[in-house]
Write a protein that binds this ligand. Structure first.
Ligand code: SF4
Ligand code: SF4
Length: 378
């Protein structure tokens, strides 16, 4: 009986899959690599996904994906990407990368990034919800969630990018037939990577590309021994990115305080009465912008629909209904008029600005005047 191959790669067969095979590539001399790790593989896999996270990350600017791939940031190892869309290999050759990672044959550590929700294959009957590659022993398709089980324990870090990966997201909405769910639910709360790191969640639908690349950079600094483990909050998100509410940095917050609310999405006032969840949702897009400081939901006239949060979209639906907390806009409307009048008064020219003060009083900074300014007579 012929022997059954356990791997698709055969060093004696020039037609067998080759994968990345970086060991055969002459490594460039990297003067910026400061730690012991000179190179790291970034394996990007996905379950139920629209690929929006991939698109978002390609637009990151702080740092750029290109800077990570080039090893152009001091202290960070060069990143080699194994991604279903961007790798130069395809088919069995691409899958060979995953097999090499599982067997510990890659010549550098790897980080696993997961995009999209995990699919509950036990509900798929005789088929599968999501397959990737083939088991050479049986000929059956390997499911994406099986790859997760095979690769997560050996990864230096595991990142759930996007709300689908973190909590299940849109594919897990009520009525979905696939039983979709999030990465932490699949791996368990006690999961730790080979380097002792819990699953890192970077939610958003789609997430900010900068939030992803900045977190990868922070993790790489840590893995290289140059920084502590990035601060993660109780939902395992990078704490410095997800502590504040959208509302706290929204460019429309002045209108909220003054009780001025939009009745049409094209209005410039606060959008809370059109359904904005900004006051209770943690997200930094109002502060950071969508790409390179530009764009973002409220600045483009869109309400916050809570896309970074656990339970999205069901807990925030129907999205154009007024949020349950929106009774606050009524009190804001009542007290906001007073605030608006004070602000308006503060914007009127002072006697100082109108040039009516004379002598030292005219040039003294207002906060340091010992006595109230005396208007000039005559
Ligand atoms: S538009 Fe939304 S986030 Fe902005 S101030 Fe109004 S409620 Fe807050
Ligand atoms: S502001 Fe709201 S809808 Fe917009 S990205 Fe942030 S959480 Fe999502």
């Amino acid at each position: 009986m012929p022997s059954v191959p356990t791997t698709s790669y055969d060093p004696k067969n020039p037609l067998s899959p080759l994968a990345v095979r970086s060991a055969a590539v002459v490594e460039p001399v990297d003067p910026l690599a400061l730690g012991p790790i000179k190179k790291v593989y970034l394996i990007w896999l996905g379950g139920a996904s629209c690929e929006g996270c991939t698109v978002s990350v390609t637009g990151a600017t702080h740092p750029k994906v290109e800077q990570l791939l080039a090893g152009a940031i001091p202290g960070l190892p060069r990143v080699e990407l194994i991604h279903g869309l961007f790798s130069t290999e395809s088919g069995a050759e691409w899958v060979e990368n995953l097999l090499m990672a599982e067997r510990g044959e890659l010549d550098a550590p790897y980080i696993l990034t997961w995009e999209g929700s995990v699919l509950r294959e036990s509900t798929a009957g005789a088929g599968s919800w999501s397959g990737l590659g083939q088991d050479l022993r049986t000929g059956r398709q390997i499911t994406t969630s099986e790859w997760l089980d095979r690769l997560a324990p050996g990864a230096a870090a595991v990142i759930a990018v996007g709300t689908c990966a973190a909590w299940g997201g849109i594919p897990a909405a009520v009525g979905n037939p696939s039983g979709a769910y999030g990465l932490t639910e699949h791996l368990g709360d006690s999961f730790r990577s080979a380097a002792g790191v819990p699953v890192v969640n970077i939610p958003g639908c789609a997430p900010l590309g900068d939030n992803y690349t900045e977190t990868v950079a922070a993790l790489l600094l840590h893995l290289n021994g140059l920084a502590p483990l990035p601060d993660l909050d109780s939902l395992s998100r990078p704490a410095w990115l997800f502590t504040d509410t959208v509302h706290s940095t929204c460019s429309r917050i002045q209108y909220y305080e003054e009780g001025v609310f939009s009745t049409d999405p094209g209005d410039e006032a606060c959008l809370v009465e059109l359904g904005c969840w900004g006051p209770v949702v943690q997200c930094n897009i109002a502060e950071r912008g969508a790409i390179d400081g530009h764009g973002g939901c409220m600045s483009m006239g869109g309400i916050c629909i809570g896309c970074t949060m656990p339970g999205f979209p069901d807990r925030f639906s129907p999205i154009f209904d007024r949020p349950v907390f929106d009774a606050t806009s009524g009190s804001s409307r009542a007290s906001g008029g007073f605030l608006r009048r004070i602000r308006s008064a503060r914007r009127r020219p002072t006697p100082h600005r109108s040039g009516r003060l004379t002598g030292a009083a005219a040039s003294a900074p207002r906060f340091y005047r010992a006595t109230p300014p005396v208007p000039a007579t005559g």
